[in-house]
Ligand binder design. Structure first.
Ligand SMILES: Cc1cc2nc3c(=O)[nH]c(=O)nc-3n(C[C@H](O)[C@H](O)[C@H](O)COP(=O)(O)O)c2cc1C
Length: 351
């Protein structure tokens, strides 16, 4: 019933919008309902302003990194959300911004501060073609230089900020220790019509080791990021064929495993044990967070820090939880794992 009422309301609004499309100045002048019109209907039905962006949508991460901190943050972020990434690069390579007591970095920041509206104040960057119509959300990640946004990221936003009008903008700033209020002000000056998230994420030398959990908490505070996209999945390919998908637990062991898998997939040979599991050596040791658990079929555990265990039965022992294989019946799981049939090769990967 509710569905029917919603459909009727949707149809009426579409008719109304079609009728008024020409009057409002329809973008392509075809007097037809286009994507923008449909977005307006969705927003009206959600009780939002008609021209609000419909969320969640696609996300672009734009970042600059000189010494690698921001790059590491972005690498971590991309394991958590589905996003395209652009890296800002200087037109002139090999410059030492920190040499001679940060002379060049300091001069670049001063030049922008003195004439922020003059394109000549901004150091040149390599050109990139970005189709902003694809994105609703933009995460800007930048280092702090002399309390301002790093000069090259400022160039990028000076050139691209106008195209980010009306988009959801979220800011990540990395500094050694300085506070980031002036970097936030830079971002707002350079993207004057951005729809900024309330919280910018500040990562500095004293909280950098917690980057993963800081990102997780911050992402959860952003209304426009699809929470479902945040959970990285673990994929298990059995003997180069069947591919299983698992949800990952969030603990020191899974974080260490994800970090290793970002470098390269890991393959281990696993054998049957106890008529309830496949177990195999991972060839390296990961951090543990052992707890005494009774496992269920589909559970993936780390045993003694260096063995992967996948259960098709149950057992009670001390393991570090890694994740759970999704969406298979017990029979399908046993078939996929070749339960009771001896050795299999399991390749773990993140994509
Ligand atoms: C030219 C320059 C100026 C900097 N100025 C500051 C500063 O004023 N305060 C601060 O806490 N860190 C400052 N830093 C340190 C960076 O903000 C910090 O190391 C940041 O994490 C670097 O990110 P990146 O490794 O992605 O380039 C500066 C670094 C450079 C290169």
């Amino acid at each position: 019933m509710t569905k029917q009422i919603l459909s009727l309301a949707l149809m009426s609004l579409l008719v109304l919008l079609t009728a008024s499309a020409q009057k409002r100045g329809d973008v392509n002048g075809d007097n037809a309902v286009d994507v923008a019109d449909v977005n307006q209907v969705i927003n009206i039905m959600l009780g939002k302003a008609p021209d609000d962006p419909v969320s969640p949508g696609r996300t672009l991460i734009a970042y600059y990194s000189y010494t690698g901190h921001v790059r590491a943050i972005v690498n971590e972020l991309t394991t958590m959300i589905d996003a395209d990434v652009v890296e800002v690069q200087p037109a002139e390579e090999g410059l030492q911004y920190e040499a001679n007591n940060y002379a060049l970095g300091s001069a670049l920041i001063s030049a922008i501060g003195e004439n922020p509206d003059d394109p000549a104040s901004y150091p040149a960057i390599k050109p990139q073609r970005i189709d902003y119509s694809q994105y609703d959300n933009i995460i800007v990640a930048a280092p702090l230089w002399w309390s301002q946004m790093a000069a090259l990221m400022q160039t990028f936003l000076f050139e691209n900020g106008p195209q980010m009008s009306g988009k959801n903008i979220a800011l990540i700033v990395s500094s050694a220790s300085s506070g980031i209020s002036s970097v936030i002000a830079d971002a707002k000056r350079l993207i004057p019509n951005g729809n900024f998230a309330d919280q910018a994420l500040w990562i500095n030398n004293s909280n950098r080791s917690n980057t993963s959990s800081l990102l997780t908490d911050w992402l959860a505070s952003l209304a426009f990021i699809n929470i479902e996209d945040m959970t990285p999945k673990l994929y298990l390919t059995i003997d180069g064929g069947t591919r299983l998908t698992a949800t990952l637990a969030d603990n020191v062991s899974t974080r260490a495993l994800v970090e290793a898998l970002q470098e390269a997939p890991i393959t281990c040979q696993a054998h049957d044990y106890g008529n309830f599991e496949k177990v195999g050596a991972l060839g390296r040791t990961f951090a543990t967070c052992d707890e005494y658990v009774t496992t269920e079929p589909g559970d993936i555990m780390l045993y003694q820090g260096n063995n992967l265990v996948i259960f098709y039965g149950t057992n009670s022992w001390e393991y570090s939880p890694i994740g759970k294989i999704e969406g298979l019946t017990l029979d399908q799981l046993k078939q996929a794992l070749k339960a009771g049939q001896g050795n299999i090769n399991i390749t773990l990967s993140l994509d």
